[in-house]
Structure formats: C-alpha cells, structure tokens
Design a protein around this ligand. Structure first.
Ligand code: ATP
Ligand code: MG
Length: 552
C-alpha cells in the first residue's frame, strides 16, 4: 500500500539487513489469528506490521488461521477475520489453516519420539504443574520420562486412535527439567481432546499445543520473519528447539514487539467475548467495541486506523496509548471526507413571524470547506424551523452568544433572526420561540450592515425527518486509583457508554446509505448505522465529537 510506514523500526532494520546480506532473497511474513473471536484494534497493529513490511520489501504475507484448539474455534470467526483484514486494506498471498498441517505435525512428533526427544506422560495436569518447579526452584523429572522409544511410539499411536480419555496422557518434549526457562521444562506438545474441529471434524482426538504447532506452521510455509508479541519472548528458545530438532527444511526466526494497549479499552478476545455473552453489548460489532467490526460499524475508517498504527510505531517496550489519539486520526480523516449537514438532537420550534406563510426557498450551503471539488448543497428554508434546545436561554449568563430574548444570531447558511417572544406550556416549559428575520442579511449576499456573535444550526420543519442519534462514551472507565484498577473489568463498565436521542435531520439525509458518514454542524461526525437504520427510521452513530483533547 502506497501510504505504508516509511518510518523505520527495529523489525524493518532486521529485514533490511537480512535482504542485504543475502540471507533471504524474499521475505515471507504471516498474520496468524486463532479463530476464537473477532479481531480487535490490537490485531490491526499486527496486521499492518506484517502486511506492511512485506509490501515495503517486496515480500509475501500469509493469512493463517492458527486453529489448533477445537473447543473454542468457529467458522463465524474465520469469515469475520477475512472480512476485517480485507477491510483494513490488505490482501493475503496465501490463505492457510494450521489444521491442514496436522499430519505434518504428527510426523514431526513421531520424529521427536524416535530421536528420544519426546515421551508420553501419564501424570495428571496438577502433577505436571507441581513437577514443573518455580522460577527459583528446578523442576522434577516425570517418572514416565524414561519410557523406551517403542513404548512411546505405541502409546502415542493409541492416544491418536482414541484409546484414552481427555487429560489421561500427554506427549511431552524431553528437554531439561532444570532449565532456568520454565518453558523448556519438558513442555507438553500434544494433548488429547475428544472434540469436533471446525475444519477436520472428528479425524483427530489429539491436538498439538501452541508452542509445538506454531514454529512448525511457520516452517511449513517458509516464513522468514515470524513476528509476535512480547509475551512470547520467553518461548523463543523452545521455538528454536522445535525447529532444530524437527529438522525442518526452512528455519524461521521469531521476533517480538510490544502489543498495543489503549486506555479505556479491553483488548483480549476472551474479555470481549464475555461482553458479548453477558449481553453487555449488542454483539461483536457493537459500535462501542474495539473490534475491527465494531469500529467499522461506528464509522471509524480503515485509513484512520492505518494512520494511527503508523503513528504509534513498533517498539520493544510495552506502553498504553491514549484512546483520544485514535479519535484524532478519525477526525483528521473524516474532516476531509464527510459532507456537512445539520441535525437537531433536542429540537425546539422557532417561528419566523415576518416570513411569509406558505413560502419557502432553497439556500445553498457549503458541503465541505476542506474539499475543493465539493458542491454546495441545497437546503430548504421556511417559516417554521427547529433549533437545538440548548441554543436558546431565557435568562442567559454573560458571554452567551446564542439566542435569548432581544438577541440576534445567524441561522447557519441563512439569515439573522432576532428573538421577540417566548411561548411556554402550563408548566412553564419553553415550547416555541418567535423571531423576526432580516431579509437583507442572507448568507453570501455580502451584507455588512451589522454583526452577530453567534451562529446556530437548524432544520426546516416542513423538510425534516425524525432520526435516532446514538451517542457513545468509552465502554470502560479507567482509573488511576489502585483499588479501582484491580477491579474486574466488568465492574468498570461505563453506564453512560450509550445514550440515545430522538431528534431531527434534514430530510435529504433519508437517502443516505448505511455506513455513510456526515459532519453534523457542532455535534460531530456521525454515520448511518449498518444494522439498526431503516429508511423509515434512520439511526445515526456518533463516530467522534468535533472537540479533540489530543494534539500530535
Ligand atoms: P487476544 O489475547 O486478544 O485473544 P491473541 O494474541 O490471543 O489475542 P491471536 O489470534 O493469537 O490473539 O493473535 C494473532 C496475532 O495478533 C498474534 O501474532 C498476536 O501477537 C497479535 N496480537 C494480538 N493482540 C495484539 C495487540 N494487542 N497488539 C499487537 N498485536 C496483537
Ligand atoms: Mg490467543
């Protein structure tokens, strides 16, 4: 992609050196999601890094489903991941499923057994944990560690043939129970799971563990640079051990970078799934979710997400990024793309008493001041309009420049109006404002006679339609206080994360398509909700407000 990261990072430096030294003629990277949930913005960082470096250095990237756990995986997730990667703007060179390599992995396990480097262990999961030792104490060897190669081959075959129950036996690599690296203390490489796999069905009842499967998947595909997040750094010696002892043709190398964390956001499929399962959100694509599907439905653009990821860069030290920074890039992008229009979230009727009854006119208002090619749009104006309730005050404080009795303001793109009368109901609530307008003051007419300090937006009563507006706040409330910090994330849900308002739009917006984004004067950027909106009852999501608390 042309706009891709030109700025450098340590991964690019490694790749560039490997190409220059002739170590590789072409690099191959992969994005390896486990299809056990929808992708989130953290995955976007990994996608953009993996596809980005391959694009920049003329290499290839595989999309590989790391589907070695039959219990949690699902084809719904497979499909959503493909859609999300494409939407972000990337196309894979190959689409692979790790489960297609189960035969290859099984052969490699046999090879390890034959080399005396793997054994079937009958310890219970608890015993295995106890025997493993701690960071300060070495582990203890399993009593099954010295089974003969023949016995191991037979038992492993029986495991494969379904003779044993889940958890009854495992296959372990025979490495070093005294290693200072706990990952090297005879890790489990195969377990028994009598479960139907989304891809291989009931063909297998033994499944490879991540630490064994992942390096073999990389080797099988000829991956050169296997990029993953920091928590796998301690697993790298095991990765290298598997590659070496399995005698693979290709020798991939693992490199680790810091995962993306964002304030006010949970970033783990396990937690996001809980939000969905508990009904706290309306599915994986709820506009409050940090999933790619949620961000897309909310109206965040792929461009903004790419620019955000480019800006945060790729580092080796973990850090947390302010969520306002992502919003900043969304605003930057929509500022150029989104047509301007007017919507009233909390309507108050305004009657222009000296405007001829029954008459109307078409005003021309700029569509997008940041887009030279943008046309003016035609906006009907008439005697009765609606304004925002908060744009009128009967007893205003000092420096209130909007409408109040006796004051004159500009109606955006139209005329000056002056408030003469306030109509109230029996309870004293303001129900209508009566104004007079000055025909001389039409917008664009060059009128210089006098100035007003406030401009307010409006919609014509005869030319508007009802709409629902959904206003969002962060789903999770972060806190600096320790007691708060230690709370379970479900206790930190923001009760105001979604506020719905019934208001009015210019009726021309009824023809907007799902997903279309607009800037509503003063309220921010909104898009037409792809799930809930109908022609009869449009629903708009606020993508971001106009105010930014973040500067680059
Ligand atoms: P989660 O904890 O959210 O389930 P995961 O790491 O288990 O994430 P995978 O499907 O295994 O999810 O991830 C696919 C790739 O995305 C991996 O290479 C992983 O390192 C990367 N990744 C996941 N989360 C992040 C993140 N927050 N920032 C950057 N990369 C990430
Ligand atoms: Mg995972």
């Amino acid at each position: 992609m042309a706009e891709e990261n030109k700025s450098s990072n340590f991964i690019k430096t490694i790749i560039s050196n490997d190409l220059e030294s002739g170590k590789y003629k072409e690099i191959v990277t992969r994005f390896p999601p486990e299809p056990n949930g929808y992708l989130h913005i953290g995955h976007a960082k990994s996608i953009i890094l993996n596809f980005g470096v391959a694009d920049e250095f003329g290499g290839k990237t595989n999309l590989r489903f790391d589907d070695t756990n039959p219990v949690k995986e699902d084809t719904e997730y497979v499909e959503s991941i493909k859609e999300d990667v494409k939407w972000l703007g990337y196309d894979w060179d190959n689409l692979f499923f790790a489960s297609d390599y189960f035969d290859y992995m099984y052969e490699k396990a046999i090879l390890l057994i034959k080399k005396g480097l793997a054994y079937v262990c009958d310890l219970t999961p608890e015993e295995i944990r106890d025997y493993r030792g701690t960071l300060t104490e070495p582990g203890k060897e399993s009593p099954y560690r010295n089974r003969t190669i023949e016995e191991n081959l037979q038992l492993f075959e029986e495991m494969k043939n379904g003779k044993y129950k889940d958890g009854e036996k495992v296959l372990r690599a025979k490495i070093d129970m005294a290693s200072p690296n706990i990952n090297m203390r005879d890790p489990i490489i195969y377990r028994i799971a009598h479960a139907t796999h989304h891809n291989t069905g009931d063909k297998w009842c033994i499944y490879p563990m991540y630490d064994f499967a992942h390096p073999l998947e990389d080797a099988h595909e000829g991956i050169t640079h296997s990029i993953c997040t920091l928590e796998f750094a301690d697993h790298r010696p095991l990765y290298d051990w598997i590659i070496k002892e399995c005698e693979t043709e290709y020798v991939p190398k693992q490199y680790e970078f810091a995962r993306l964390n964002i304030t006010n956001t949970v970033m783990s499929k396990r937690k996001l799934k809980l939000l969905v399962d508990e009904g706290i959100v309306d599915g994986w694509d709820d506009p409050r979710m940090p999933t790619i599907a949620g961000l897309r439905r909310r109206g965040y653009t792929a461009e903004a997400i790419r620019n955000f990821c480019k800006e945060i860069g790729v580092a080796k030290a973990a850090s947390t990024v302010d969520s306002a920074m992502l919003d900043y890039f969304v605003r930057e992008d929509l500022n150029i793309k989104a047509p301007r229009t007017m919507a009233i979230l909390d309507p108050l009727k305004l009657v222009i008493t000296n405007y001829p009854e029954g008459e109307e006119e078409i005003l021309e208002i700029e569509n997008n001041p940041h887009d030279e090619n943008s046309d003016k749009r035609k906006v009907p104006f008439s005697r009765e309009i609606y304004i925002e309730r908060e744009d009128f005050m009967e007893n205003p404080p000092k420096k209130y420049f909007r409408l109040f009795p006796g004051n004159e303001v500009r109606l955006k793109g139209a005329y000056f109006v002056k408030c003469n009368e306030v109509i109230k109901d029996e309870d004293g609530n303001v129900t209508e404002i009566h104004c007079t307008y000055d025909p001389e003051t039409k917008s664009g007419s060059g009128f210089t006679g006098r100035k007003v300090k406030g401009t307010i937006h409006w919609v014509s009563a005869k030319h508007c339609a009802k709409a629902e507006f959904r206003l969002y706040e962060p789903l999770i409330l972060d806190s600096e206080e320790e007691e708060e910090e230690n709370k379970h994330f479900l206790e930190k849900i923001n009760p105001n994360s979604l506020v719905s308002k019934e208001g009015l739009i210019e009726d021309s917006l009824l023809s907007a398509e799902k997903g279309d984004a607009f800037q509503f004067f003063r309220h921010g950027y909104f898009n037409v909700d792809s799930k809930l909106s109908t022609k009869e009852k449009p629903v708009f999501n606020r993508i971001v407000s106009l105010k930014s608390s973040f500067k680059l």
